[in-house]
Design a protein around this ligand. Sequence first.
Ligand code: DP6
Length: 326
Amino acid sequence: MKSAKAIACSNIALIKYWGKRDPILNLPQNSSLSLTLDGMTTTTTVRWETDLPEDSVSLNGNLLTGSELAKMSGFLDLVRRQADMSLKAQVVSENNFPTAAGLASSASGFAALSLAASHAAGLNLDSRELSILARQGSGSASRSIFGGFAEWRKGDRPDGLDSYAEQLMPPEAWPEIRMLVVVLEPRPKPISSRAGMTQTLETSPMYPAWLSTLEADLTAAKKALFAHDLETLGTVAEANALKMHATMITTLPTILYWQPTTVALMHRVWELRRDGLPAWFTIDAGPNVKVLTDAAHASRLAEALGNVEGVESVLICSAGPGATLC
Ligand code: DP6
């Protein structure tokens, strides 16, 4: 078998990964917790070819070149090394949502690529091995191997073999959970999360404070998750996201991913909450806002948030499945 196709969903962290202890192996400073989202997917086909002079990677119909292609080839090298082969790959990958707009396209992308590339190479990796492989493409991809809620344990080993995600709860265990994805600008972000993290670690005086509260946030979020306590989970997630952004805002130079509409949405979520609706936001390395809620309130919230000036679209997502072969 030299060809395989896989699909993976994106995930949004409720407790964020921000900062690396090893930028080559993508080993994080802290553990994180995420919800895999249905409806936001990457589908990737990998063919290991005998007559290709170099890897060819197409993303949403565009052939990658230069440093982007080099990054993908570096990742494919990991698979070649594990499979002990030298064939080059033809990779065709499609997202059904905007790429690199803070919508975690690298998470679904590297999760789908890990599964398709390893399977096509004849490797039969278990989900832990897949998570370790995906992590090396993009940290957050380690979590998209799993459906529902996943925790990426940071691990301590220098070789990263104990830094992988695990499923905490399958999608069907909390069918009422919803995440609204409020899209402002379907455009590439100005600074990648990778560059943002490096700069934060190097220059933010707030970074040690972020790290010192992380384990407590994670413990509180997991307890709330297992109790299906949406209010506590949402409260911890919102505070955790704001704390992460506080570390970015205090870097030199400042990194501020928020646009005026981002802030307007934050105020609107607080207002709606004061009116009694269950809604808590989280924001990643981009201007878009994601809102945690439940099935009973999702449509009403989507309508209210969709009316905020500057919002392009609102997607309602449930807990999605893990990466699978198609
Ligand atoms: C803010 O996983 O995209 O979304 O490991 O450098 O590829 P790399 O970074 P990436 O960073 C995600 C950062 C975040 C928080 C999160 O998803 O946990």
